[in-house]
Design a protein around this ligand. Structure first.
Ligand code: ADP
Ligand code: MG
Length: 249
């Protein structure tokens, strides 16, 4: 489904990604771990198209996507929930998700206010899709309340709903559980497992190694921009190089 081949990206003198290769099978839930500054967010931004690699290639379902802008990659099924992603506080939960859905529609968000009648049907479809997405993350009852003041656990699930609006085949989640309390974490982990079970391929960056090892089929470990290990949770967590670089600290 996803093939990242020898990708590098530097910012000035810092190699954020160095010769990174990654092969993710369709239906897989892949964990990506590593210390702060290891290059995890950079890798996700390269895959989603918000950064361009200096070298290497990225393909999705056999087609190169390297040169496509982020919105085109989104239409091909790549969705990202950014680390520390924000919501539109003044909008309702439903509107927050509809913004995600509009970004995927042919017309796009900009023209939403000037829709001819032919597009009203699309508008209704977008609303229905947004409601389905809220339902999948367990927030449908709260659809019309403002996003402002939402507990952090619900904010994160709303961000997932927004990403789902694009009907992704590949969902990139960058530290979705950071700052969550134990109960919220469990709820989010259940949701991630459920989405993956329903067929969405998922890449999960998470600081909580326990959460990653319990969810992921395989884990890729980054350190200083490079892949230092790749394997099953058991293989990776017993790898001396991983323990030294990451788990031991
Ligand atoms: P992680 O998500 O694993 O914490 P990042 O991908 O955010 O790591 O960062 C990897 C390295 O690249 C870090 O040294 C970081 O400071 C640097 N970096 C990331 N983004 C930028 C940027 N836009 N400009 C300059 N340096 C950056
Ligand atoms: Mg990061």
């Amino acid at each position: 489904m996803l093939k990242v081949e020898r990708v590098s990206k530097h910012f000035g003198g810092v190699y954020a990604n160095r010769d990174v290769s990654l092969d993710v099978a369709e239906g897989e839930l892949r964990g990506v771990i590593g210390p702060n500054g290891a290059g995890k967010s950079t890798l996700f931004n390269l895959i989603a198209g918000h950064l361009r690699p200096d070298a290497g290639s990225i393909s999705l379902a056999g087609a190169h996507i390297d040169r496509l802008p982020p919105h085109v990659r989104a239409r091909r099924g790549v969705a990202i929930v950014f680390q520390g992603a924000r919501l539109f506080a003044g909008m309702s939960l439903l509107q927050n998700v509809m913004v995600g859905a509009h970004a995927q529609s042919r017309a796009g968000l900009v023209s939403a206010a000037f829709r001819p009648p032919a597009q009203r049907r699309e508008e209704r479809e977008i609303r229905a899709t947004a409601e389905q997405c809220l339902d999948r993350v367990g927030l449908l009852e709260l659809a019309d309340r403002p996003a402002e003041g939402l507990p952090l656990g619900q904010q994160r699930r709303l961000q997932v709903a927004r990403a789902l609006a694009g009907r992704p085949r590949l969902l990139l989640l960058d530290e979705p559980a950071s700052g969550l309390r134990a109960a919220e974490r469990t709820q989010l982990a259940d949701l991630i497992r459920e989405l993956n079970g329903a067929g969405t391929t998922i890449l999960l960056v998470e600081h909580d190694v326990g959460m990653v090892t319990s969810l992921a089929h395989r884990i890729t470990v980054l350190d200083l921009g490079a892949v230092i290990a790749d394997g099953t949770p058991a293989e990776v967590t017993s790898d001396p190089a991983v323990v030294k670089a990451y788990l031991g600290t």
